[in-house]
Design a binder for this molecule. Structure first.
Ligand SMILES: [Zn+2]
Length: 320
């Protein structure tokens, strides 16, 4: 699909180059056609820079907070493939179809809207490396504002609580930087429970009249005690009672992907456990900074805070 487009583009370029043989079509028409063909190329989001590696992304155009599936294919069967995005290394694994490699990249909710280069590097069995750039346009996410009133003790923190919050944040940061170098997740991700979506991802939060950190997950409203299930296979890397998130369980799914389950009434797993998709991790509660029983479900992908619903949406492409 790409090759004919490239050929057409090259022909148009030839026609509008000064000194090129006169075309039968007016230059203005050719310019419009050139622009249209470039636009089409952009939409297809696929390129074949060195005739060895073809790259595409799903979705073709991403936005802040998205998880993106990167797929590569080419005439040469690579031994390994990885992508590099904003200093993060994102490995790709063989997909369902022969010769296709695929992996995920996370786009933080505060990423500046722009076109970014993703470098994709493949190595074949003889050790020969191929590198192709891929350009991904990232648009602005649509995030609304939420105003909340909370008890002052949960917002205006004393020195001792501030220290606790800082220590917990450092602990989580270190955790997200130590993902295992193997992929534990497989196939589609699932919602940890039914429940109504009560707060969407990325909400700009004004708490007691002051702007606070954006909402980096989704809130699923459910009765206290409702079972909370693992979104995919992973290793339990944290079970603890934290100031903001209350009783929390965090799973490392490998290759930089984590899922988090906050405000539980109780956790039913322990650190080090290996869990499968759909295994029970705990029960819905209202511990930590919470106004009622709900699950705050969040995803980190290569340090980026991403929308769990974006990962669910991609799941239809991840197979089993
Ligand atoms: Zn929440």
């Amino acid at each position: 699909m790409v090759v004919p487009l490239l050929t057409v583009t090259r022909d148009f370029l030839h026609c509008v180059t000064p000194g090129a043989p006169q075309s039968a079509l007016p230059v203005r028409v050719l310019r419009v056609l050139l622009l249209l063909s470039l636009l089409l190329l952009w939409t297809v989001k696929s390129l074949n820079a060195d005739d060895n590696l073809r790259i595409e992304s799903v979705p073709g155009m991403a936005k802040q907070g998205d998880v993106c599936l990167i797929r590569t294919s080419g005439p040469v069967s690579p031994k390994s493939v990885h992508a590099e995005f904003q200093g993060e290394r994102c490995p790709l694994a063989p997909g369902m179809q022969n010769g296709i490699f695929e992996g995920l990249i996370g786009i933080d909710l505060t990423t500046k809207p722009a076109t970014y280069e993703i470098k994709v590097i493949a190595t074949d069995a003889s050790g020969r490396g191929y590198s192709s750039p891929f350009f991904l346009k990232i648009g602005k996410g649509v995030f609304s504002t939420q105003k909340l009133s909370l008890p002052r003790s949960m917002v205006d923190l004393d020195a001792k609580t501030i220290e606790r919050v800082h220590n917990e944040a450092s602990r989580l940061k270190a955790l997200f930087q130590s993902s295992r170098d193997e992929r534990l997740w497989k196939g589609a991700f699932i919602r940890p429970l039914g429940g109504k979506l009560s707060s969407t991802f990325g909400l700009d939060r004004i708490i007691n009249g002051q702007r606070r950190s954006p909402h980096a997950g989704v809130d699923l409203e459910s009765e206290a005690g409702t079972p909370v299930l693992a979104s995919n296979t992973g290793r339990v890397v944290l079970v603890d009672d934290l100031f903001f998130s209350g009783k929390s369980v965090i799973l490392d799914h490998g290759w930089g992907l984590y899922s988090m389950y906050f405000h539980l009434s109780e956790g039913l797993v322990k650190e080090g456990d290996r869990v499968g998709r759909g295994d029970m991790l705990g029960r819905v509660g209202s511990t930590g900074r919470s106004t009622g029983p709900h699950l705050h479900w969040a995803i980190r992908m290569n340090q980026a805070r991403v929308d769990p619903l974006s990962l669910l949406k991609l799941s239809e492409h991840l197979g089993e």
